[in-house]
Design a protein around this ligand. Sequence first.
Ligand SMILES: [Fe+2]
Ligand SMILES: [Fe+2]
Length: 290
Amino acid sequence: MDTKNNYQNPLNDIDDWEDNLKERYPDPKTSSKEKEAFRNYVDSERVETVKEFYRINHMNQTYDFVCKKEEEFLKFNKKEMSIWEAIDFLNTLVDDSDPDIDLDQLQHLLQTSEAIRADGHPDWFVLTGFIHDLGKVLCLFGEPQWAVVGDTFPVGCRFSNKIVYPEFFKNNPDFTNPKYNTKYGVYSPNCGLDNVKMSWGHDEYLYQILKDYLPEPALYIIRYHSFYSQHRENEYEYLMNEKDKEMFEWVKKFNPYDLYTKAPVKPDSQALKPYYQDIVKKYLPDVLKF
Ligand SMILES: [Fe+2]
Ligand SMILES: [Fe+2]
């Protein structure tokens, strides 16, 4: 399926927004020379497409839009798949920008999970790395890029100006709606993130699919891994309860694996399959409803 080439889908590749993430949050372990090289690699055309992507994301992610998407997708009547079928399905999202630099979806998942595994973390954490982006199958159900990837943020209350390209929120109808544009909006102090609607995308969708099966820290990682304005900027602590604050330590622990892992040698997916089959079987049912 062609997921680009129309005004709803400005990115050549749905992961191009991650270049922008790496520019905003560079790996503290890279040298200034490497950072410079990276800046040169992020060419101006890509900067413009990412900017356009956020322009339509910020304009369209309203409280009502999220309610509509929840109604549409949380019926889970689109497709039944095993984790393996979901990975194969996701991997049909072909990257057509630069085959040398960019990874296919399976490689991104495997590199993330293998780095977690190499650091000796528990198996559920490795599994979380292995599946955290499967919600991106939304693209293959015809959803526009801006409703699948990108930073996520709370809707129903004031948008933080630490969210990337905050100026684009001026085009969001909620920006001028007094119901939604105050600090707390429809929420109350420290009401807990479980009561807060996040902008719609692959994070919330996969969380909803898996919420009965994984340990709580894994679910937080999946649900909030793109919530940079909190896990990097701490802009929404006033909506969080004590449990959220505790669980966000795991979200923060996960983020560098997601953002900075680039293995010099690609993990061999065939050789690793038996290990992943075991942990998938340990935690997840044979078939999941998407
Ligand atoms: Fe993601
Ligand atoms: Fe990821």
